[in-house]
Design a protein around this ligand. Structure first.
Ligand code: ZN
Length: 390
């Protein structure tokens, strides 16, 4: 290890001090526990609705009165509403109370509630379309429904990917193109490298809700753009902003949107295929010959339980792919800017101020980390600096 690398490493380790990391672990753990409890409660509710025969009673009552559309929408709306109400107190604790306690949230309770309701409406529409399509496919193509729903998923993800920065994100945040920014010219060279237009950088008014700093690559095709939190633009040095933008451009350069869409679609397809196999064993009403809308709605709660379990088991694979993409984007940012120190400074601050756990337990990393832990990202930048002899 040469002198420079040793000094970067020591400085980074000294800055990610034990005291803030203890706080970071506690913050992350509390949020995970809340999510676990609310998920388990929801699964127990679904199991109870299925096991007591309540889902069958409701399904029969609905399909006796109404046809496909009425019964499907009615059943979905009922399940959705109960699930959201069940989750709401946990969401309040997780998104609002804890975020306030650690000094991140800048929202009022009213503002938070407004966002919650907007989120409900949006999810109701998107999940509703997905649910109706699935109910239809389960009946219309009883043996290959999982394939048809899997293909439908690809279409939905591509449409939502395109609409996200222009239609969905603006529901929650004010966005405007970044104009006359001192960095604009500097950034333009690597924007083109990443197949992004020069005007493809946007500023998002994140400070209205949080003190956290972040950036993202959003959209597909014509809507593709880099979005920077205004908190990042305000608090970071030009060098740090430059490397963060370069990281997002790296995602575009490596076409990671497509890597993620294709890999997630394949994993979703595998999940549905396994779900089909397992459902045949669980409930005789699910076999293709006996399947009606009534039986589909009656077994839906147990289908959701099995689907959740399968998704959870396959999650490490999806996260592993995502972490690989992040490492590629980090390397792109280092190559494009040649500023490992700025990147390391930003990450050290992420660990300190945003309470990111730099050294998570391997199991936590496996099931929760879409990005490599900061300790690994810092090590990557150090190796890069070392290889360049910087
Ligand atoms: Zn990234």
């Amino acid at each position: 290890m040469d002198g420079m690398r040793a000094s970067i490493l020591l400085a980074a380790e000294a800055d990610i001090d034990a005291e803030t990391q203890k706080r970071a672990k506690e913050y992350q753990r509390r949020k995970r526990v809340i999510n676990w409890v609310s998920s388990i409660l929801l699964l127990i509710f679904l199991l109870a609705v299925y096991a007591t025969g309540l889902s069958t009673t409701v399904a029969e009552a609905l399909t006796d009165r109404w046809g496909f559309w009425g019964s499907s929408i009615g059943y979905f709306a009922l399940l959705f509403l109960v699930a959201m109400v069940l989750r709401a107190p946990f969401d309040y604790k997780d998104d609002f109370l804890i975020e306030k306690e650690y000094g991140f949230s800048t929202q009022t309770p009213q503002g938070w509630l407004k966002d919650l309701i907007k989120g409900w409406i949006l999810n109701f529409l998107i999940l509703g379309i997905a649910a109706l399509f699935t109910f239809w496919a389960l009946q219309a193509v009883p043996r290959l429904w999982w394939l048809v729903v899997g293909l439908g998923y690809v279409v939905l993800v591509i449409v939502l990917g395109q609409l996200f920065p222009v239609l969905i994100l603006p529901i929650f945040y004010r966005l405007k193109p970044l104009e006359n920014h001192p960095l604009q010219e500097k950034i333009e060279q690597f924007l083109q490298k990443g197949d992004l237009r020069a005007q493809g950088i946007y500023e998002m008014a994140a400070s209205e809700k949080t003190t956290k700093e972040n950036a993202m690559l959003a959209g597909l095709g014509q809507t593709k753009r880099v979005i920077l939190f205004d908190t990042l633009l305000r608090n970071r040095t030009p060098d740090e902003i430059e490397v963060v933008v370069a990281h997002e451009v790296g995602h575009s350069y490596h076409k990671h949107m497509w890597t993620l869409i294709i890999s997630q679609s394949l994993l979703f397809l595998i999940t549905l295929f396994l779900l089909d196999l397992i459902m045949w064993q669980i409930d005789p009403r699910f076999v293709p010959e006996k399947r009606t809308l009534t039986s589909i709605l009656a077994v839906l709660p147990i289908m959701l339980v099995v689907f959740s379990a399968l998704s959870f088991l396959l999650r490490p694979l999806a996260l592993w792919i995502s972490r690989r993409c992040e490492r590629q984007a980090d390397t792109f940012a280092l190559d494009a800017t040649g500023k490992p120190h700025a990147l390391i400074r930003f990450w050290v601050d992420m660990a300190r101020k945003q309470l990111s756990d730099a050294y998570p337990h391997p199991l936590i990393k496996l099931f929760y980390y879409s990005h490599p832990p900061l300790s690994e990202r810092i090590a990557l930048a150090e190796r890069w600096a070392h290889s360049k002899g910087a």
